[in-house]
Design a protein around this ligand. Structure first.
Ligand code: ADP
Length: 192
């Protein structure tokens, strides 16, 4: 309890020194590509946090379909009308990146028990690297529990419809990547 009170005082002091930044969370991930499952986590996260930093991990070992620049451009375009969402990228350890921001919380999503073990280990490791850092998990929404960037890429590559699961801009970029025909007229979308 004593520790908690001390910690609250520290946070208040930091707020005073840095101006009131409000509650900031980092939502890290590959976002290769961004799906409505990710967007749902961000939107629900904004009910809790004043600002969310969507942090795109630069990890070439994962052999991403979209380059970091392509992902940054897509995600920034999609959140261009949401000023309390900041889109950035980072290389290396997440805790090092978080240390450069004013975030105190890592936001992650959970779709199934299969996500849990990996997420539990990552959250525990991050907390051991930085004891002030907590990870908050959001359960997926019922509409998106089966949506992952990986399955979206697989389905899109084979010409399946992913409309309604990813934003229109992502549908278009996937079609471009896989050299699939793009319908001429789109009703709405995120042209950039
Ligand atoms: P990573 O490679 O770090 O897992 P992802 O882009 O696949 O990056 O996922 C980023 C975060 O978003 C993870 O916490 C993941 O569990 C979560 N996530 C992905 N898809 C969904 C979804 N459909 N619903 C809820 N959370 C999701």
């Amino acid at each position: 309890m004593k520790h908690q009170i001390e910690r609250c005082r520290m946070v208040e002091k930091e707020k005073g020194e840095n101006g009131d930044m409000g509650k900031v969370a980092i939502y890290p991930g590959s976002f290769d590509p961004l799906t409505y499952g990710h967007i749902d986590v961000v939107e629900r996260g904004l009910e809790i946090f004043d600002k969310i930093i969507v942090a795109i991990a630069e990890n070439e070992e994962k052999r991403p379909l979209f380059s970091v620049e392509e992902r940054l451009r897509m995600v920034r375009t999609i959140f261009k009308d949401t000023p309390n969402v900041i889109v950035d990228s980072f290389k290396g350890l997440l805790v090092d990146y978080v240390g450069k921001t004013n975030a105190k919380v890592i936001l992650r999503g959970l779709r199934a028990t299969s996500d849990f073990e990996y997420e539990f280990h990552m959250a525990s490791m991050n907390r051991s690297l930085n004891t002030h850092l907590d990870t908050l998990f959001m359960m997926t929404s019922k509409d998106y529990f089966f949506v992952s960037s990986r399955t979206i890429k697989e389905v899109a590559r084979l010409g399946g419809a992913v409309e309604g699961l990813v934003p229109d801009l992502v549908v278009r970029r996937l079609k471009e990547k896989f050299k699939l025909p793009i319908p001429k007229k789109r009703q709405i979308g995120w042209d950039d």
